[in-house]
Design a protein. Sequence first.
Length: 98
Amino acid sequence: MSDHDDEEPQGLPCLLSDEVTELLMEPALPGDVFGAIVAATVVINETRGQVPGSSASAKWPEQRRMPLGQDGALGIAEYVIVADADPPHIVLTRVQLY
């Protein structure tokens, strides 16, 4: 029996699309938005994409949307769970700000 048997499963890597990367590199991006996007990637990773409060697309259940910021005050983050890839991962595809 391994010492690792009692550990929780590791999260899935959360990669950023080019669009989200460009947004994060924008010098005018407010700090609270930057922080909320980074926090979203951490939660997505830790929950393997099953973020509480997220919603799945009816046509494409791998696509999810989650509120960004406290109670979604900043906008919505969209991501895709790519479970069939080798290795499995998640891509934060888009951030829609209010």
